[in-house]
Design a protein around this ligand. Sequence first.
Ligand code: CP
Ligand code: NVA
Length: 311
Amino acid sequence: MKDLLKTEHLSRADVELLFETAARFAKDPTSAAETLAHKSVAVYMSKPSTRTRLATETAVAHLGGTPIFLRSDELQIGRGETIADTAKVISQFCSALLIRTYAQSEVDELGANASIPVINGLTDYDHPTQALADWITIREKFGKDISGRKFVYLGDGNNVTTAWLMMGAIMGAHVVAATPSGKWAPDTKVVETAKKIAQANGGAVEVTHDPIAAAKDAAVLYTDVWMSMGDPESERKEKEIALAPFKITEKLMATAASDSIFMHCLPAHRGEEVEAAVIDGPRSVIWREAFHRRTTIQSIIFHLVRGELKG
Ligand code: CP
Ligand code: NVA
């Protein structure tokens, strides 16, 4: 596997390898500091980012390389240079490329035209590097044996939902997405693919529109913002009404398992998708989750440049 374009492309073996190395980079960030010596990694973004940019730039630095941050509106791509030509040029200067953009097709096209590894740093479709950070955090809390546990996402059926369902399926977990029905439910193709992957790994994928039933006895309650980057402002009111029942409140959290944790990819909007008392409370693991953005991205870059992910 040359690139990490979608979560669903990862095999269970890839994930285990990535976790093992990420755990090493958590303890000893500079233990592979020769990997990118005298090399550069491009970080190309058309959307804002706090964590993904910081995590990637520090990961590259820890691997001994230099990150080069590129904003799409400062490249010739904004003036009509093609994605394919841009991919070929970046490949001549850099050892890898992480991209954050809107259309998944743009990332796929970059991957197809670049000779270097291309990493999806978030699209409207998926957020694979987030899913890896989420699951290494879950492992730290619950260990390898997750049988009998339920891992629940509540909220908008968006890119983070895709990553949650696909990654949970790869882990052989019982994963749930509780979302409104209709246009804010996860894409049916995503659900179909996740179900197939889950079947092969001994897991189960469930989509429901009942937040109360979903949260009951869950090991994890996970949520994300209601308005994602690029979502039309004109839909905000309608969306807030549809998503209100999926807010993670103290009351909902109390119905989850007694050792349950709260997770959020961040950025968060306290009072919207989650109550402040939950996200800032004792069950919240958001800072460990954010910390692991660096360890996992460092692990992805390390193994991709060495050609060690198989897909
Ligand atoms: N979770 C996440 O991707 O955060 P940023 O948007 O800040 O990169
Ligand atoms: N769903 C959110 C995730 C941000 C990390 C967005 O796309 O804006």
